[in-house]
Design a protein around this ligand. Sequence first.
Ligand SMILES: [Zn+2]
Ligand SMILES: [Zn+2]
Length: 272
Amino acid sequence: MTDIKKSRQESAEGKSKGRLKNAVWKVKNAFFGALFPRSVTCDVCGEEMSVKSRYCLCGECMSKLEVTGDHVCLACGVPMSDEADYCMRCQNVKSEFVRNRSPLVYDGTARDIIHRLKFGGKKYLAETLGAFMSDEYLKSRMECDIAVYVPMTEAEEKKRGFNQSELLAREVGARLNIPVLPALVKTRETATQKLLSGKERAQNLKGAFACVFEEVKGRRILLIDDVFTTGATASACAAALLKGGARDVSVLTAAVTKLKIPVESEDGTPAI
Ligand SMILES: [Zn+2]
Ligand SMILES: [Zn+2]
């Protein structure tokens, strides 16, 4: 019997039979899927894996990821090599947020994953990063009531097609059972932060965010972004949330940039 005849007969026999067939198909798939699992591949290198890992990464790619570890700056979460509580970046800076925590260092494989998510449109990578971030939240004993993501302007989001911080927030929120609210809006376009110094970044973002949800009042907010660099974006967003009545703001980002420590050359002048 041809497929066309088959489908005609099926519709003649009524929709209920079709639904029954679907159900049988699903059960069959689940059964054979369990018996003969489909091959799963690493989200970074595409290597086939025999077992699906929690982070969708193969062993080799996992080993290449630089994690922040246990001894980090109390404020920004960057790994520390000495016993100090605060890194050079945070020693003399007053931030609007309580602290930032990131599971990964923004380098190598982590940078590659974030770039592919942001610029390559590989939205599924938010799942991998979200798994790392929710683990970090639990490890750092963060306790927040609402998750809010760093917003883009409408034009910026239209250009990219999505907001990567929102995707990360949705992943983290679903894993930790924390509601995600679009509480912030970006009120104006800002110059690209990349080439600006810390002070210039803060100036560039001043007043660029506004809180539009009353639900933040008295709540502990988990602010989600992809990368923590100088903290200027996080601080500007936290200021808007505090202005909107939030109790406090903690920041969770997928990766934190390493500190640029000036290296002195032989004649004593900074080499970097
Ligand atoms: Zn891999
Ligand atoms: Zn720091």
